[in-house]
Design a protein around this ligand. Structure first.
Ligand code: AMP
Ligand code: GLY
Length: 430
């Protein structure tokens, strides 16, 4: 790794990719960053769609000393890593086979059962009628999940059998998520507090990142439908030292060891969505993602003191085991997502964003997601989740105040922006 001679290509266009690029641009080992396709906040953007693997390969071949980092799940599940590696190109992310941990919930559940990883009891169905019969026989709250990728919308948390049957109809009969709904996982509904636990993996060992907590529902107090995530903060106080150890020993290490034994070593960001049982304080896995979380990435990155590039480079080379633990700021970081009003349903695009040139003060970052540069270089909205306003503070309260005071300086359209007002409140209530 020659100092300053390396370039990086970041695949994706979300707030996660902006945050990764921002952090990596600070590395003394990197002198050039590209985003494909990137967004209105990132530079230098390359006009290649995130799933266009052939064009991505052609671009990468023209660069020297390039490391490609994949943000989103779609290119991973299409095998971007396998293709790059076949071409001798350096890339960070799981292979198509390893990304199955996210791309197929039935695969993930069976994997967990075989590896002895704690997770909710479940059954798998490819026949809608059999699924409904099962739901009727079970006399308890259930969760119905489409097997395949559904942009975070394929999970329905149900209070009763009628809701579960409606969810089965939506996924399997109406095929709202297409082939992703050919099979469903029906699992026991767990109670507790959620946390996101993410680690860098090199196929053999793991390097845990700081804990975080996401806010998946659209409205305050966790009401309304699930979204990609409306805000996040780090650290998550629920993940104390003891729980951290349990998650490493009972979840992360078994995943890496079992994947390696199966001949599909996991290299990349491994994300476990965890439910923490209030009484036992034991973790149970709700889902795996084969990538960084979005928006969890934004507050985690704000707290990272170490050079992320060095760690990713070590992971690609299988050297994570010899790296010292990552250093973290002991401050709290809070990310509030500013979304287009109407998201996760229909919403308008193309509105000029006002206030981006405000003085936000130190320790505030405005990470872009659904934005593009319009005419006269103005930043306009171009997606559901538009900005991730992220602030560091001495404690959760100060980080919250600082993030929201930045949020209040930004707006677009005629009251067309929307955000939750209770991000990280739980961290204070603890
Ligand atoms: P998933 O994509 O599987 O993580 O599910 C999305 C969200 O649904 C999770 O973050 C939880 O809030 C909720 N969820 C998923 N599985 C369960 C479960 N077994 N019990 C309770 N809530 C769940
Ligand atoms: N924020 C949840 C996810 O990235 O899937």
């Amino acid at each position: 790794m020659a100092s300053g001679k390396n370039s990086v290509l970041i695949v994706g266009s979300g707030g996660r990719e902006h945050a990764l690029g921002w952090k990596i641009s600070q590395s003394i080992h990197v002198n050039k960053i590209y985003f494909a396709p990137g967004n209105g906040g990132t530079a230098e953007n390359i006009e290649i769609k995130q799933n266009d693997i052939d064009k991505m390969v052609a671009f990468a071949k023209r660069q020297s000393n390039l490391l490609t980092i994949v943000g989103p799940e779609e290119p991973l599940s299409l095998g971007i890593v396998d293709t790059f590696e076949k071409e001798g190109l350096k890339i960070f992310g799981p292979s198509k086979a390893a990304a199955m941990l996210e791309a197929s919930k039935t695969f993930a559940k069976e994997f967990m059962r075989n590896a002895g990883i704690p997770t909710a009891e479940f059954a798998i169905f490819s026949d809608a009628q059999k699924a409904k019969d099962y739901v009727t026989r079970q006399n308890k709250p259930l969760v119905v999940k489409a097997d395949g990728l559904a942009a975070g919308k394929g999970v329905v948390v149900c209070d009763n059998a009628d809701q579960a049957i409606a969810a089965i109809d939506m996924i399997m009969t109406k095929k709202e998520f297409g082939l992703a709904g050919s099979r469903v996982v029906i699992e026991e509904r767990l109670a507790g507090e959620e946390a996101s636990f993410i680690a860098l993996c090199d196929g053999k060992s793991i390097m845990p990142l700081a804990s975080s907590q996401d806010h998946k529902r659209i409205f305050d107090d966790d009401k309304g439908p699930n979204t990609g995530g409306m805000g996040a903060y780090s650290p998550a106080p629920v993940v104390d030292k003891e729980l951290h150890k349990k998650i490493v020993k009972q979840v992360m290490e078994p995943v890496v060891n079992t994947m390696r034994k199966r001949g599909n070593p996991f290299t990349g960001f491994l994300y476990a969505g965890i439910m923490v049982n209030e009484k036992t304080h034991n973790p149970s896995v709700l889902e795996f993602n084969a990538r960084m979380g979005d928006p969890e990435c934004q507050p985690i990155i704000m707290r990272m003191k170490s050079d992320l590039y060095q760690y990713i480079d070590a992971a690609v080379d299988g050297r994570l085991g010899s790296m010292p633990p990552i250093e973290w700021s002991d401050q709290t970081a809070v990310c509030v997502i500013m979304a287009a009003r109407g998201y996760p349903g229909n919403y308008k695009k193309g509105m000029a964003i006002e206030g981006l040139d405000s003085n936000f003060g130190q320790d505030v970052m405005i990470f872009h997601a659904g934005t593009i540069r319009g005419s006269q270089n103005r930043i306009v909205t171009n997606g559901g989740r538009v900005l991730g306003v992220t602030a560091l503070g001495k404690d959760a309260r100060r980080a919250i105040d600082s993030a929201y005071s930045a949020v209040r300086k930004i707006h677009w359209g005629d009251n067309d922006h929307y955000y939750r007002t209770d991000i990280a409140r739980r961290a204070i209530m603890r």
